[in-house]
Write a protein that binds this ligand. Structure first.
Ligand code: NAG
Ligand code: NAG
Ligand code: NAG
Length: 503
């Protein structure tokens, strides 16, 4: 998904003439091994264990395009993008990986990726959300997976990345209904059965914490549910006091049901693993006061432990129960044991620090949403969005608080204006810093098994459309062929992965 709350948007005209110039210069830039990037070249790939996986990722709606082709039906993000409430732009065509996957896999080979993280579009594979499989959808994912495998690239596959089939949203309200659990499980089973002979790394639900907060409390992302006085936008339906909790509850049960099915019917034959990914904020106290330190603890409980605690201990954190009361659903005994231990690994998604300030008043309000239940104001400070140390800290957090489960850093990357120079020096510095932080965490005993940059290509950014991008490759949207151009970061990553001197 990338940045949860990106800095205020400025409308930017596309500055393609500059870009043409840069593209002309690119071969010069890339061939120059003496490029002076201001980072110490103090580690190499050989410092990582041989089994450590380096990859990069995209997601279905953001990269595939062909949104109305070959039997695919809209997801809730298609609906949102076309509603005019979003940042502008949509995924109708975007980078068109649906048609260009062979070319893209070739680029992955050129860079030297071990793995590619992508998601399956549920409404492409099963257009009504349940029932009949779309043969064209099946064929596409088989083709993509085969292309990756035949080039020695591991597929890491996410099943739900904010893109619920609109059909299920319309039929019963999607994730607010417990009906979603069976439908998700059936969809997961199709994926395990059809692709599991080649796919060994499954992520069920991406960022349930942000999905619930953004889509059901603040309501600024699909399905745009919230209730007054909460929410950043006017929502036509929803309940900010209850639905975020309900939705995460259903996400956890859907995840656990799919994982349990995998363990029962597929694991012996396929030997893969099933995990879940979490948007890992690092929370930083706003001041040095005791109150703000306490507020930071509450922020972790409500936004991170919310997901992790049930997965590890089979129940929600006690403090959540205290503050949210009966609005927080309860796991039955059977559900609790289903959820407990149901994640083989945790996907870490890190982009941001949030600063946290105690706000005791919010807990005194009768009518509270998720955010008010935290009893804190949480904000992203522009001057301190994140640091490499922050990634190290969130990896450490999983080790120290949750017994060091296997983790993959599944998303991390730097946004720049889409039309920035191909010579993306700040991104190279960012990657150097954050990969170094992963190495530090690894050396201090963390069970981190892989690092994936966001994103492989410039894609349709869910919260920022085509204004900013994170890709290792620029995609020229004005070119009917959507030609891809390597940025300096692609070359840097490639050199790093191949054990060559980096710039
Ligand atoms: C939200 O749900 C709670 C619990 O059912 C209820 O008390 C409250 O009135 C609802 N709020 C809205 C805005 O519907
Ligand atoms: C930025 O974060 C670092 C820790 O990562 C901290 O030491 C520093 O004080 C922060 N700066 C601000 C302005 O919050
Ligand atoms: C390294 O791990 C130990 C034990 O978990 C922990 O106490 C320490 O804070 C960690 N150091 C860093 C720099 O994260």
């Amino acid at each position: 998904m990338a940045e949860y709350c990106f800095e205020p948007k400025k409308k930017e005209g596309k500055n393609m003439s500059n870009l043409g110039l840069i593209i002309g210069l690119l071969p010069l830039l890339l061939n120059s091994t003496s490029r002076a990037v201001a980072v110490a070249d103090d580690y190499s790939r050989n410092d990582f264990p041989p089994s450590f996986i380096f990859g990069s990722g995209t997601t279905a709606y953001q990269v595939e395009g062909a949104a109305m082709e070959d039997g695919r039906t809209p997801s809730i993000w298609d609906t949102f993008a076309h509603s005019g409430d979003g940042p502008g732009g949509n995924g109708d065509v975007t980078s068109d990986e649906y048609h260009k996957y062979k070319e893209d896999v070739k680029l992955m080979v050129d860079v030297g990726l071990d793995a590619y993280r992508f998601s399956i579009s549920w409404s492409r594979l099963i257009p009504n959300g349940r029932g009949a499989i779309n043969p064209k959808g099946l064929e596409y994912y088989n083709n993509l997976i085969n292309e990756l495998i035949s080039h020695g690239i591991q597929p890491h596959v996410t099943l739900h990345n904010f893109d619920l089939p609109q059909a299920l949203e319309d039929e019963y309200g999607g994730w607010v209904s417990p009906k979603i659990i069976e439908d998700f499980k059936a969809y997961a089973e199709v994926c395990f059965r059809e692709f599991g002979d080649r796919v060994l790394h499954w992520t069920t639900v991406n960022e349930p914490n942000v999905f619930a907060m953004g889509g059901y409390d603040m309501g600024f992302v699909p399905p745009q549910r919230c209730s007054p006085p909460f929410g950043k936008t006017k929502c036509s339906k929803g309940n900010s006091s209850t639905e975020p909790y309900l939705v995460v509850h259903h996400c956890l049960l859907a995840h656990a049901s799919a994982a349990s099915l995998y363990n029962k019917n597929y694991k012996d034959k396929q030997h893969g693993s099933v995990g879940i990914s979490i948007y890992m904020f690092r929370f930083v106290p706003f001041t040095h006061s005791k109150q703000d330190a306490k507020a930071v603890e509450r922020a972790y409980q409500f936004l991170i432990n919310w997901i992790l605690h049930p997965l590890v201990f089979g129940e929600y954190p006690k403090l959540m129960r205290k503050n949210a009361g009966s609005r927080l659903p309860i796991f039955t005994k059977a559900e609790s044991s289903l959820v407990k231990g149901s994640a083989d690994f945790i996907g870490i998604i890190h982009y941001q620090n949030w600063h946290v300030m105690d706000d005791p008043q919010s807990l005194m309000m009768e009518n509270r949403d998720l955010v008010a239940d935290v009893g804190a104001k949480m904000m992203m400070l522009k001057e301190n969005v994140t640091t490499p140390e922050s990634l190290q800290r969130v990896i450490e957090y999983l080790k120290q608080v949750y017994g060091n489960p296997p983790t993959y850093v599944y998303e991390n990357g730097l946004p720049m204006k889409r039309t920035s120079l191909l010579e993306d020096v700040p991104r190279v510095e960012y990657m150097h810093g954050y990969i170094g932080a992963v190495l530090d965490a690894l050396r201090n005993g963390s069970n981190v098994k892989g690092y994936f940059t966001w994103s492989f290509l410039d894609v349709f950014e869910l919260l920022d459309g085509y204004h900013s991008s994170y890709g290792l490759f620029y995609v020229d949207l004005n070119d009917p062929n959507l030609k891809r151009y390597p940025k300096l970061s692609a070359r840097w990553y490639s050199n790093f992965l191949k054990g060559k001197a980096t710039f």
